[in-house]
Design a protein around this ligand. Sequence first.
Ligand SMILES: Cc1ncc(COP(=O)(O)O)c(C=O)c1O
Length: 401
Amino acid sequence: MEVTTFSEQEIQQFRAETRGTAGRIHFNNAGASLPPDVVVETVISYLQEEALYGGYETEDKYNGQLEAVYESIARLINAGKDEVALVENASFAWGLAFNGIAFEKGDVIITSEMEYATNLLGFLNAKKKHGVEIRVVPNDDSGNFSLRALEAVISPQTKLIAITHIPSNAGNVLPIAEIGKIARKHPILYLVDACQTAGQMPIDVKEISCDMLSVTGRKFLRGPRGTGFLYVRRDVQDRLNPIFMDGHSVEVISQDDFSIRKDARRFELYEKNRALTLGLGKAVDYVLNIGVDRVWQRIQQLAFLLRQQLGGMEGITVHDGGYLQCGIVTFSVNGKEPSFVKEKLAEKQINVSVGKAGSTPIYMDKHHLSSTVRASLHYYNTEEEIRVFCAAIIAIVPARN
Ligand SMILES: Cc1ncc(COP(=O)(O)O)c(C=O)c1O
């Protein structure tokens, strides 16, 4: 596959606008991407204004821009801005949605083997607290989520389908729009973890037909750490109990009663880091300007190239399955611990991460994997970086006697 989506000039521009690309090869975008300079500068200058003029006074000045962040996020996922709540990370967003559901004994939650650990913890906690049951739809032998198995497992007791779109520790992409079509045939809530999706692949909540969707800012979106958001479909908002409330969550409060506000901001609290909010908005605008479709195309091309090159090397096992694969490339170097591989690469200014069993427990247990090397590519990475990376890997592979 040729890597053709952007011109060389465009790639050089993206890299010139991302100071971190100058000094190292960053293949840890599934951990946290390098932010564009404009994101960093926005955050720093907002904090400096707060220090000089006061937090509330600065907020007044930037009110319009802070409001526009909701609009940008709504555009990114094809939602209404009244369906977006800003929170600190994807786990918080997911937890607000999940724990807002009024589970009862015997309710069934359906998930996949690729589900993220935090979400699994939520299910297990609901099992202990409310007596819900958990059903895991296994992938087929090629690593694809089985829609047929999903249909077979749905019953009148099914309360929720909760799916991680792109898992933390594997390159597979799950068919969330097809799952949504099945969910919609039943009175079932549908919660999507799009933590690794936003900024990597287009997201259209209408096409997915999800009720709730959680996202983090720091990964493929290239926003600052400590940012994220939750989408809750308009007509589902009243069915979720807000877990925390403050004056921002309500329209009216009296001594005896309150009425909850009419949009998704009921799920967020008033006090948040406004500098980071603006930084997140800049990151979202940045990718909207480039076009998420094009970003996704280039990521697929780069990841294909990397998998192809790693797959052709002796002593390397690439683990990613499924027909549709993303920018997260997971592999093992025979006889070497992933943490050792990560350290050796770091000596050459190459960033990767270690995918641990605890992040995606069901999948990792099934495949008898305790950890893998995770190289995650973004559109600002290059073919030359892949070449240097593969040469560094070859140097780590044990020589055959
Ligand atoms: C698939 C998936 N979901 C959720 C999360 C949690 O995101 P956060 O750390 O922003 O809470 C992660 C983090 O790696 C993830 O990979």
